[in-house]
Ligand binder design. Structure first.
Ligand code: 5GP
Ligand code: ZN
Length: 122
């Protein structure tokens, strides 16, 4: 099975959440994307938006992922609106690789808001 096969990787935490094998508080779910609350929230709103298919990181994207990545961004903005933070503002973060602080090797967008966020990141 290829790394980015739709069925995902058996041991991957976020593939398992996408398949419903590990419970999560889902806010959005369609054929391609799922959004759920982070288990250790860093802000009043902290939601993760992931593709259902396994993509290891942003750096593993190919031209074939262009529409999927666009969908992830749109779902992030929809989640923010649903959470009521569009007017106050929010941050969408994609930690990528070791120096980027990525701890789960399945692409995910963090949607953070509901408080004033610091900048620059550590
Ligand atoms: P990263 O550090 O890779 O950018 O982000 C991974 C995120 O996944 C972290 O914010 C972490 O709290 C979250 N996370 C890790 N394991 C789980 C889990 O089992 N369920 C949920 N909902 N979030 C998780
Ligand atoms: Zn995965």
């Amino acid at each position: 099975m290829s790394q980015d096969a739709p069925a995902g990787q058996p041991g991957c935490l976020f593939c398992r959440i996408a398949r419903g094998e590990i419970p999560a508080t889902a806010l959005y779910d369609d054929a391609l994307v799922v959004a759920f609350r982070d288990i250790a929230p860093m802000a009043p709103t902290h939601v993760l938006v992931i593709p259902k298919q396994h993509v290891t990181s942003l750096a593993h994207g190919t031209p074939e992922h262009e529409a999927l990545f666009g969908r992830l961004m749109r779902v992030a903005t929809d989640v923010a609106r649903q959470e009521g933070i569009t007017e106050t503002g929010y941050r969408v973060v994609i930690n990528t690789g070791a120096d980027g602080g990525q701890s789960v090797p399945h692409l995910h967008l963090h949607v953070l808001g509901g408080r004033k966020l610091g900048w620059p990141p550590g």
